[in-house]
Design a binder for this molecule. Structure first.
Ligand SMILES: [Zn+2]
Length: 568
C-alpha cells in the first residue's frame, strides 16, 4: 500500500516538473534601475502625491508599492541607508554604520567612503583626497551581477554625494560619478578608473553645471497646489536665501563659486542634471540594450539639503518632489524608448526620512528640541568622575555615540556600579530617552528593549561607539563636525517613524503592481532584484518580496500533500 502512495506522489512530482518545463521561463530584466531619493519620507507619497503627474505618479500607480516600508535600525543616515539598499543587509552586516565614525586606530573621525589609498579623478578643478568602497564590507547587488551573470553587467551610478554614488555601485563599475563643489563639476575615484571616463566627460562638457548660474528657482505649480505655508516656523534657509520663494542661484561675487555650488546642490537643478546625466549614460553605454543585464543607480540628493534647511512641510520640499516627478518621468520615458517598456525593472526608495522642525512641533505643545552633542560628552565625563574620582577623561562624540579611552572602557566592563553611574548621567540629559553600553546591546535587545534592538542593527563593533545615546521623539543632536551643522532646521538619524519610514516601490519587468501592506524594509530591494536576475546575494538581512513578483518569476510551488499521505 505504501509503495502505491509513493508511486502516486512521484507521478505528481513528475507532472509538476513537466508543467514547469512547459511554462515560459521569466525573461531576465535587461536593465536594473535603483532610484534613491535622499531624505524622502514614506508619507510624502500620501501627502504630496496629488501634485505629481510624471514619473513618481507612474511608479505609484503602476508599481508594487510597499506602503509600510521602513528601516528597522537606529542610525537612519545617508551612507547606512544607501549601503542597505545596495547590499540587502543592515549596517551590523555591511559595516556602514554612519556617514562617518570614529576611527580608533588614528583617533580621528573618518568618512564612510574616505580612502587614503585612492585619489579623486576630477572632470574639472583638481580635488584633494580620495573616496572609495573599501569600508563597505559586503558585495553589492551590482557587484554580484557582475560576478554571476554570464554576460558582464555594465554598472553606472550618479549622485550629488560621494557616499551615495559609491555605495550604490560597489567595488567595481564602469562609471561612478558625483558632484563636487571643490571641482565645480562631477568627479570619480581611482578606485573605479585611472582616468576620466570619456562619455561622462563629454556629457559634462556639453552641459556645464555653471550654465545654471544666475537661474532662479521658483514654484513649478500654481501656489494653491502647495500645502502648508512657505514661511514655516523654524526654517533655516542658507544665508544667501530667505525662507520664501523665489531663490536665485548666484555666487557671492558674481561668478560660480562655493556659494553658487551650495545653492545649486540645494535646488532641483541638481536632480534635473542627474536625470539628464542618467539618460546620457544609457545612450553612451547602450545600457539595457546588450545581451546581458546592466545596472543604473541614481541617488537624487537635492531633497536632503532642502529638507534640512526648510523642513518636511515646506513649499521647497514639495517643489523639489514635483520637479523630481518630471525628471523621473523623462528618464522612464527614455528607458521605454531605448530599453523597451517591460524590459527593465525599477526600485524607488529613500535612504531615511526627516524629523519635523522642532519649533513647529513645540508650538503644538509636544516636547521637541535640539541637543548639542557636546552636552553628552560633558555628562559622560561627569559620570566617570563620579564613578572613578576626579581626573581627566577623553570622550569623543560621533552624533549619538560616545567613544572613550580603551582603558576606561575596560574598567567599566569590570565595574557594573561605575557603568550604571555613567549611563545614569547620560540618561539625565534633557532630550535623552535612553543610553546603552555597546557591549550590552545584545542582552538589552534580547530582553525586549525595542530601542536596543534598533541600535543593535546599526551596531558594528570597532566602528560604533562605546555608548549609544537615544534621543527622545522629536529631539535630535546637533554637532559641530557631524550631521547636521548646528544651523540646520531639522535632521534625521533616529529610530522614530518619521526617520525610518520611506517609500518602497518596485516597477517593471517581473513586477506585479498593487499596494502591499506587509512589513518590508529597503534591505528587501536587493534580494528581490537579485531573484529577478537569477542571482544570489551571499549575506543578506532582507528577503525577497515574493508578493510583488509575477507568477513566472516565482519558483514553482511544491505539490500539496494528498490527504492521508504519510509525512515525509
Ligand atoms: Zn541628511
Amino acid at each position: 500500500m505504501r509503495a502505491v502512495v509513493r508511486l502516486i506522489i512521484l507521478s505528481l512530482i513528475a507532472s509538476l516538473f513537466a508543467g514547469a518545463a512547459d511554462a515560459a521561463p521569466a525573461p531576465l530584466p535587461r536593465l536594473v534601475v535603483i532610484l534613491v531619493v535622499d531624505q524622502m519620507r514614506g508619507d510624502y507619497l500620501d501627502r504630496f502625491g496629488f501634485q505629481w503627474t510624471g514619473g513618481l505618479r507612474r511608479l505609484v500607480d503602476d508599481g508594487a508599492w510597499f506602503r509600510r516600508a521602513a528601516y528597522p535600525y537606529f542610525t537612519t543616515v545617508t551612507c547606512a541607508g544607501h549601503a542597505t539598499v545596495s547590499t540587502g543587509a543592515f549596517p551590523r552586516t555591511h559595516g556602514m554604520v554612519g556617514n562617518s565614525w570614529f576611527d580608533r586606530d588614528t583617533g580621528r573621525g573618518v568618512l564612510c567612503t574616505s580612502d587614503a589609498s585612492v585619489t579623486t579623478i576630477s572632470y574639472g578643478a583638481p580635488v584633494a583626497g580620495g573616496n572609495g568602497p573599501s569600508r563597505l564590507l559586503v558585495p553589492t547587488l551590482a557587484d554580484e551581477m557582475r560576478a554571476q551573470l554570464p554576460v558582464l553587467s555594465r554598472v553606472v551610478t550618479l549622485s550629488g554625494k560621494e557616499r551615495t554614488a559609491i555605495t550604490l555601485a560597489g567595488h567595481r563599475a564602469d562609471a561612478v560619478s558625483w558632484f563636487s563643489s571643490a571641482a565645480g563639476t562631477f568627479v570619480t575615484s581611482s578606485a573605479y578608473t585611472p582616468t576620466p571616463v570619456p562619455f561622462i566627460a563629454d556629457a559634462l562638457k556639453a552641459s556645464p553645471v555653471a550654465s545654471d548660474y544666475g537661474k532662479t528657482w521658483t514654484r513649478m505649480l500654481p501656489i494653491d497646489r502647495y500645502l502648508f505655508t512657505d514661511k514655516g516656523l523654524g526654517e533655516k534657509p542658507p544665508a544667501y536665501w530667505t525662507s520664501e520663494f523665489p531663490h536665485v542661484l548666484a555666487g557671492s561675487d558674481g561668478r560660480p563659486d562655493a556659494q553658487f555650488y551650495d545653492a545649486w546642490t540645494t535646488s532641483p537643478f541638481l536632480d534635473d542634471y542627474l536625470g539628464r546625466l542618467a539618460i546620457a549614460s544609457v545612450n553612451a553605454l547602450k545600457l539595457g540594450q546588450g545581451r546581458g543585464t546592466d545596472f543604473l543607480g541614481v541617488s537624487f540628493s537635492a531633497l536632503d539639503s532642502v529638507g534640512h534647511d526648510f523642513g518636511p512641510t515646506s513649499h521647497e520640499v514639495q517643489d523639489v518632489l514635483a520637479r523630481l516627478d518630471q525628471t523621473i518621468g523623462a528618464l522612464l520615458a527614455h528607458l521605454d524608448r531605448s530599453v523597451g517598456a517591460g524590459n527593465y525593472v525599477v526600485a524607488l526608495t529613500g535612504d531615511h526620512g526627516a524629523a519635523p522642525i522642532p519649533e513647529q512641533t513645540a508650538a503644538l505643545g509636544i516636547d521637541a528640541g535640539r541637543l548639542d552633542a557636546a552636552t553628552l560628552t560633558q555628562a559622560a565625563v561627569k559620570g566617570l568622575q563620579a564613578a572613578f574620582g576626579a581626573g581627566e577623561y577623553t570622550v569623543h562624540s560621533q552624533y549619538a555615540e560616545l567613544i572613550l579611552e580603551p582603558a576606561v572602557v575596560e574598567k567599566l566592563r569590570r565595574d557594573p556600579r561605575a557603568l550604571d553611574q555613567v549611563l545614569g548621567a547620560l540618561r539625565a540629559v534633557p532630550g535623552v530617552a535612553g543610553a546603552y553600553f555597546g557591549d550590552h546591546l545584545d542582552a538589552d535587545a534580547a530582553a525586549g528593549d525595542r530601542d536596543a534592538r534598533a541600535a543593535l542593527l546599526s551596531y558594528y563593533p570597532g566602528r560604533s561607539g562605546d555608548f549609544v545615546v537615544v534621543p527622545k521623539p522629536y529631539w535630535f543632536y546637533v554637532t559641530a563636525d557631524g550631521t547636521p551643522q548646528p544651523g540646520s532646521a531639522t535632521t534625521h538619524g533616529s529610530m522614530y517613524a518619521y526617520d525610518q519610514h520611506v517609500p518602497l516601490i518596485l516597477f517593471g519587468a517581473g513586477i506585479k503592481s498593487g499596494e502591499y501592506l506587509r512589513a518590508a524594509t529597503p534591505a528587501d530591494i536587493a534580494p528581490t532584484l537579485a531573484h529577478l536576475c537569477g542571482i544570489t546575494l551571499a549575506r543578506i538581512d532582507g528577503e525577497v518580496l515574493v508578493e510583488a513578483l509575477l507568477p513566472a518569476a516565482v519558483p514553482p510551488p511544491l505539490p500539496a500533500r494528498p490527504a492521508g499521505a504519510p509525512k515525509q
